[in-house]
Write a protein of this length. Structure first.
Length: 602
């Protein structure tokens, strides 16, 4: 992938670039033994606009003007004492046609979150790699289990059968920590796929295979930190490349200090600049060289792997003004793109603050330029609500209702990522003690309210894990992803009866959602829950869908007169999954812990 590098160069990043970008400036980093002592020029005059020589003389940062709209080869000339010592070719490649107009994920999509190391092993030859520290040990719960990109590719038919239209994979770049490296959030080379997952070319292949199926690939990007073994952490370009304190200082995790008008400066500084954990040094995005490096790296992956979106890890741990510049630079290149930020907050006012064009952000004259955030408030409600048979003032279905009442705070509530669980939370099936009916109710909510649903791998076959036993328990291997697994849940014949019940329902529900524009982009009217029964409508000018959730363990009769404003033009409805017609002005009989999705008929 890299152009042939001449000595004494060891690295060039980005390894190549693309013609016709919105931003014509490109910062190229040259790394090698005392490369900073060289004078650099190009064979063609007027290309280089700036040369930065940081404190570490092993680096040169060269800014060029990429003014061409076609592929081009640039020859850099490195001199000492006015004599040419060596030259280095650099390639500007042609972009894909209409690359800047790529459409990101939106509320018509259903996202499947998976962890490559725990999903499936598709290539036994890359289970270990000589260049990485941690070796395969599937017997160790928190070890490397050998899942890889080929394992994902080989099971795309399965993922698509669920009604899923996009994959969000946890990070796939190299993580060379001594242990606990499988999650890849402590990256050691952000231009290289971890060799235990595969190659850069394998990642491109995954993207291509998804696009053949009209599916999308969302890249998990980490701006806040790298791993302790990142090669630039081992030999930093500048003294302030990484945020450091006199003694090791961990973030206080009080992300509210970022927007709290009463916050002490020292508390805000520790939140933003403190390290996430001892193995994850905190990047100083206030350093312009760092910010440009991260911006170009993200854009490079979008172009190189033809990505459809980014999920941005720990978005509000980094310096907010710099993150706003980072997101704006990406969205300027791709106006129809989408990226969702991890804002691990439950308060709607705080969550809304971080979405692009937020009115709450105006308090600080701040705009994150971040199109989407993750709806942790709804997630919390979904993990507890169906265990609450008491539908009192603030319990039971009122939790879902109350969560949605704050939609007025969001500039675009329909662009929120909604989920019932992820790789950092309790497993949904653990919350509900592997109760299929409660799982169904949670999935119905996820499939029919506003936003972009995200599923978590394995729950669709009943997988459960106890968060209190550690991360490894909520990140178990998918059964059938490894040779000689006793159960292969990727196939109908390989699933147990219990797994089939979970899978069949999930597939049926989200395949139905896939065809329903009224659910993707329709408006919402919901009614205050009464007797632990929640009713809401999704509608547009052509269609209307009524959703009824009975959260009582006993059966109930639902009368419909109260919903006249949404039913006055409809006399009957088709109950999805039941193949039954319901007369909308008659009382509706519902079993305990049950739902109805009704496509209304005039």
């Amino acid at each position: 992938m890299n152009p042939k590098i001449q000595l004494p160069l060891q690295r060039i990043e980005p390894p190549f670039w693309y013609a016709g970008m919105h931003n014509k400036e490109l910062q190229i980093m040259f790394y090698g033994k005392e490369i900073g002592r060289f004078f650099v020029d190009t064979a063609e005059s007027g290309v280089i606009t700036k040369v930065t020589k940081p404190q570490n003389c092993n680096y040169l940062f060269v800014t060029i003007n990429v003014k061409w709209n076609h592929a081009k080869e640039i020859v850099f000339v490195f001199k000492k004492h006015n004599k040419i010592v060596f030259t280095q070719k650099y390639h500007i490649k042609q972009r894909r046609e209409n690359s800047s107009e790529r459409k990101g994920f939106d509320s018509s999509d259903v996202i499947y979150l998976l962890m490559p190391d725990r999903f499936a092993n598709g290539n036994g030859d890359n289970t270990n790699d000589a260049t990485t520290n941690e070796k395969y040990n599937r017997a160790l719960p928190g070890g490397r289990h050998g899942g890889d990109l080929n394992g994902i590719i080989k099971h795309l038919d399965y993922i698509q059968s669920l009604g899923v239209t996009a994959i969000w994979s946890t990070p796939v770049c190299e993580d060379n920590e001594l242990e606990y490296s499988y999650h890849s959030y402590a990256q050691s080379d952000v231009y290289k796929i971890d060799p235990r997952f595969g190659t850069n070319e394998d990642y491109v292949c995954l993207s291509e295979e998804l696009h053949k199926r009209d599916m999308k690939l969302i890249h998990d990007y980490v701006t806040n930190h790298w791993g302790l073994h990142h090669w630039m952490v081992q030999d930093p370009p500048t003294v302030d490349w990484i945020n450091t304190f006199e003694h090791y200082t961990e973030t206080n995790h009080k992300r509210t200090t970022v927007l709290d008008v009463n916050a002490a400066k020292v508390d805000r500084k520790q939140c933003i600049e403190g390290w996430f954990v001892p193995t994850m040094p905190d990047l100083n995005s206030a350093n312009p060289l760092v910010l440009r490096y991260l911006t170009q790296n993200a854009i490079w992956w979008i172009e190189y792997a033809n990505l459809d979106g980014l999920r941005v890890d720990t978005f509000n741990y980094a310096e907010p003004l710099q993150m706003a510049k980072w997101t704006k630079a990406i969205m300027n290149e791709y106006p129809k793109f989408n990226m969702v930020g991890e804002i691990t907050q439950r308060n709607h006012g705080i969550l809304a603050y971080w979405q692009k064009d937020s009115k709450t952000g105006q308090i600080h004259n701040y705009n994150s330029n971040l199109p989407s955030v993750m709806d942790f408030s709804l997630c919390d409600a979904l993990q507890i609500v169906f265990n609450e048979d008491d539908g009192s003032w603030d319990r039971g279905m009122t939790r879902i209702y109350d969560s949605l009442t704050f939609d007025f705070l969001y500039p675009n509530a329909n662009n929120l990522m909604i989920f019932a669980e992820n790789h950092d939370s309790k497993r949904l099936n653990y919350c509900y003690n592997i109760d299929l009916q409660k799982y169904k109710l949670a999935m119905v909510i996820l499939a029919t309210v506003r936003g972009i649903p995200q599923l978590y791998y394995g729950s669709e076959i009943g997988m459960a894990g106890d968060q209190y036993k550690g991360d490894a328990d909520i990140r178990q291997d998918f059964p059938g992803g490894w040779l000689n697994d006793p159960i292969n849940a990727f196939t109908n014949e390989g699933r147990t009866e219990g797994q089939k019940a979970y899978y069949d329902f999930t597939s049926q529900l989200f395949q139905w959602r896939k065809t329903k524009s009224v659910i993707h982009f329709g408006k919402t009217t919901h009614y205050i829950p009464q007797d632990n029964i929640y009713v809401y409508f999704r509608y547009n000018t052509k269609e209307s869908v009524m959703v009824v959730i009975n959260n009582n363990p006993e059966s109930r009769v639902v009368t419909t007169a109260r919903f006249k404003e949404n039913l006055e033009n409809y006399s009957k409805g088709k109950a999805v999954f039941l193949d039954a017609v319901i007369q909308m002005h008659d009382p509706i009989q519902m079993d305990g812990k049950s739902f109805l999705i009704i496509e209304l008929i005039p």
